[in-house]
Design a protein around this ligand. Structure first.
Ligand code: 2U9
Length: 369
C-alpha cells in the first residue's frame, strides 16, 4: 500500500517522531523502487510537488493542524523531516535492471576524444630562445604588464617629452591625469621595465633574459598586433664589451637557427643603448642566397639577411637610475638586446599573418601539434 500522510491523533513529541520515522522509511523504500527515468520523475512529484505533494500534505495536516501549544514541537519535527525527505528525493536515482539499461555503456562506441592541444608556436619559439640563454647561465625574470611611466620610459632614458614616447604609441590606463606623469599607469610597450626593477633589487653582476607580453597602440594587420611578445636580455658586470655582445648573440643565433648562420651587426639607435645595432642573420629559409630555387626568397626580401633583434651597450644614463644598488656606470658596463618573438615565429613556421596566432582557430593551431 503506497504511503499516505495520516491525520495525527495527538501531537506529543513521541507521536510526531513516530509519524516522521514512518514517513521517512516509506520514502526510503519508495526511492529504492525507482526503475526508470519516468518512475524517478513520478516519485519526485509524488513527494515534492508544490501542489499536493506529500511534503505539502504533511505541512497542512501536521503543522497547520497542530494545536497552538504543540506548534513549536511540530514545527521542529516537520522541518527536520522535510529536510531529510528533500535530501532523499534529490539523491534518488534509477536503480536495478532499469538503471543498468540507463547505465549500460556501449563500449563499441568511439570514446570522446579529448584533444590534448600543444604548445602555441609563439610560446614554443619563446621557450626555445629562453633556453638558449638559460644554457649560457642567464636567469629568467618576469614583471608586471601594467607599468608606470617611470619604469617604462623615464628609467630607460626616455625624458618626458622624448619623441620615442609617442612613436611607441602607448596604451595609457584611463583616469591617470591627476597623477604625477611618472606614476601614470600604462600597458608596458617593452619588457625593459623588468630589467630596471631587477637591477633595483639585485646588485651586479647580472645576466637576465626577460620574455613577456607587450602592448602598443598599433592597428592590427598581417605583421602588427596591438598585443605581441618580446624577449629582452641584459648582461651587466665589470668591463662587459661590445665584443661580449657580438660573441654572445652570434652563439645564440647559431644555437637557434643552425651553426651555419652568420651574423651581421648594423649601426642603429635606441634611447637605452649606446652604441646600438640591429642584428641580422643569414636567412635561415634560403640559406642567404635570397633565392628559393628560382623563386625570390620573400622572408628575407631576397637580401639573404633577416633582421632578428636590436641591441647595444647599456646607456650609462640608464645606470644612473639604479646607481645606488651598485650600478655605478664608472665601475660596470653592460649590453642588452630585444626581439619580437611573434615575428620570429612567423618566419620559423612560414606563417604570413600574425593575426592567425591570436584568433584561437584550432584548425590553424593544431598544425603545430
Ligand atoms: C635596459 C637597458 C637596455 C633592450 C633593447 C632593443 C634593443 C630592441 C626591439 C626589438 C623588436 C623592440 O619588439 S621590438 O620592436 N627592441 O631593438 N631592446 S636594446 O635594451 C635595454 C633594456 C633594458 C635596462
Amino acid at each position: 500500500m503506497p504511503y499516505t500522510v495520516p491525520k495525527l491523533t495527538d501531537y506529543s513529541a513521541a507521536t510526531l517522531e513516530r509519524a516522521a520515522n514512518e514517513c521517512l522509511s516509506a520514502c526510503t523504500a519508495e526511492s529504492r523502487e525507482v526503475r526508470t527515468d519516468a518512475g524517478l520523475k513520478s516519485f519526485r512529484d509524488r513527494w515534492m510537488a508544490r501542489k499536493n505533494g506529500i511534503l505539502n500534505q504533511i505541512n497542512d495536516r501536521w503543522l497547520k493542524g497542530a494545536p497552538q501549544e504543540a506548534k513549536r514541537e511540530a514545527g521542529i519535527q516537520v522541518n527536520a523531516l522535510k529536510a531529510r525527505i528533500t535530501e532523499l528525493v534529490e539523491g534518488a536515482h534509477v536503480s536495478g535492471a532499469g538503471a543498468l539499461d540507463n547505465e549500460c555503456l556501449d563500449i563499441s562506441l568511439p570514446g570522446t576524444r579529448r584533444p590534448l592541444g600543444a604548445e602555441h608556436p609563439v610560446v614554443r619559439t619563446s621557450n626555445e630562445i629562453v633556453s638558449v640563454f638559460a644554457k649560457l647561465g642567464y636567469s629568467v625574470a618576469e614583471g608586471p604588464v601594467v607599468e608606470s611611466d617611470y619604469y617604462n620610459f623615464e628609467a630607460l632614458n626616455f625624458p618626458p617629452n622624448h619623441p620615442a614616447r609617442d612613436t611607441q604609441d602607448t596604451l595609457f590606463i584611463a583616469g591617470q591625469q591627476s597623477k604625477p606623469p611618472r606614476e601614470r599607469l600604462l600597458l608596458r610597450t617593452h619588457t625593459s621595465p623588468v630589467q630596471i626593477r631587477t637591477m633595483e633589487k639585485m646588485a651586479p653582476p647580472v645576466r637576465l633574459v626577460i620574455p613577456g607580453r607587450v602592448h602598443r597602440n598599433d592597428p592590427p594587420d598581417a605583421s602588427h598586433s596591438p598585443m605581441f611578445h618580446q624577449i629582452e636580455g641584459l648582461a651587466v658586470d665589470t668591463n662587459i664589451t661590445f665584443g661580449d655582445l657580438k660573441g654572445t648573440l652570434d652563439h645564440a643565433m647559431k644555437a637557434l637557427f643552425g651553426s651555419s648562420v652568420r651574423t651581421h651587426f648594423r649601426p642603429s639607435f635606441f634611447p637605452f643603448t649606446e652604441p646600438s645595432a640591429e642584428l641580422y642573420v643569414t636567412c635561415f629559409i634560403c640559406g642567404g642566397s635570397g633565392k628559393r630555387g628560382s623563386d625570390p626568397c620573400r622572408p628575407c626580401k631576397q637580401t639573404g639577411w633577416i633582421e632578428v633583434l636590436g641591441c647595444g651597450m647599456v646607456d650609462p644614463n640608464v645606470f644612473e637610475f639604479v646607481k645606488d644598488n651598485g650600478y655605478d656606470p664608472k665601475r660596470v658596463s653592460g649590453f642588452a638586446f630585444g626581439m619580437g618573438v611573434d615575428r620570429l615565429a612567423l618566419l620559423k613556421y612560414g606563417v604570413d599573418d600574425i593575426q592567425l596566432f591570436f584568433q584561437g582557430d584550432v584548425r590553424f593551431l593544431q598544425q603545430f601539434g
